[in-house]
Design a protein around this ligand. Structure first.
Ligand code: NAD
Length: 261
């Protein structure tokens, strides 16, 4: 039996990268999925799920808009009769804009998608999860929310905000049986990081990618999907309120350029 057999699960940002890998994995594990993305690529994700024998519906929506969030949560409940889990994973990087050139509008859009999006997913899924006395939420943060040096200021601040949101929500959910955790990806090869990989290939420096972590490589989307699956499944029944780096050991080590001892 699959680890999400009979479970109704929503994934945002399901059109690409980590969200697509998670969609395929969760459906192999028996989930009935609502795959959400603002890009039409979400239809390709659902096609791949169905081709593999899984059950999924696509919703093209903006995960940072309250009416859209209400809409895809209602769709999960009407399609599968309940909601068991949600992975608020949609995010944007905003690029590397110098501090002096950043505008409030730039900050507002990144915070809207990366932080208010997860807040809305939490706000509108909680009534369904609490009513049935169990369920799980996962939010995608980042190593950039733990340490500096990995991204621009608004992105890092949005992801630090996600970690705090997860911790404070776990506390708010005391006694309900509903769990919430965050995942903090390191450098993962997805649509978001494609320019890094493309530039390195162009310059012939692919070998330098991922060298700052002890595993000496970038991660792949399925390696995040596996963590999401664990956190949403009953195997993680006593795991709550935490932020888990999935980063090859990046945040566990100092940026020391010499030979390992
Ligand atoms: P990706 O670009 O491949 O996928 C992100 C998906 O989110 C895209 O399909 C995009 O269309 C969708 N999206 C963006 N804004 C949206 C919105 N408002 N509403 C609905 N969908 C929206 O990138 P990814 O790496 O798979 O990103 C997934 C998550 O992982 C993001 O939250 C990102 O910040 C986080 N993350 C990624 C990395 C990395 O190295 N790739 C590192 C740390 C954190």
């Amino acid at each position: 039996m699959g680890r999400l057999e009979g479970r109704s699960v929503i994934i945002t940002g399901a059109g690409s990268g980590i969200g697509r890998a998670a969609s395929l994995l969760f459906c192999r594990e028996g989930a009935g999925l609502i795959a959400v993305d603002r890009s039409e690529q979400v239809h390709e994700t659902v096609k791949q799920v169905r081709d593999a024998g899984g059950t999924a519906e696509a919703v093209q929506a903006d995960a940072g808009l309250e009416r859209d969030v209400q809409g895809f949560i209602a769709k999960a409940v009407s399609t599968y009769g309940k909601l068991d889990g949600i992975w608020a994973n949609a995010g944007i990087s905003g690029g590397l804009v110098p501090l002096a050139e950043q505008t409030p509008e730039h900050w507002t859009e990144i915070l809207r998608v990366n932080l208010i999006g997860p807040f809305l997913a939490i706000k509108h899924s909680i009534p369904h999860l609490v009513k049935q006395g169990h369920g799980a939420i996962v939010c995608t943060a980042s190593v950039a929310g733990l340490k500096s040096g990995a991204s621009g200021h608004p992105y890092a601040a949005s992801k630090a905000g996600v970690i705090s949101l997860v911790q404070t929500t776990a506390y708010s959910l005391s006694g309900t049986g509903v769990r919430i955790n965050a995942v903090c990806p390191g450098l993962i090869e997805t649509g978001m990081t494609k320019p890094i990989f493309d530039n390195a290939k162009e310059r012939g420096t692919e070998g330098k990618i991922g060298q700052l972590n002890p595993l000496k490589r970038a991660g792949q989307p399925h390696e995040l999907a596996a963590m999401g699956l664990f956190l949403l499944s009953d195997e993680a029944s006593y795991v709550n309120g935490q932020a888990f780096p999935v980063d090859g050991g990046l945040t566990a080590s100092m940026p020391y350029a010499g030979k390992p001892i």
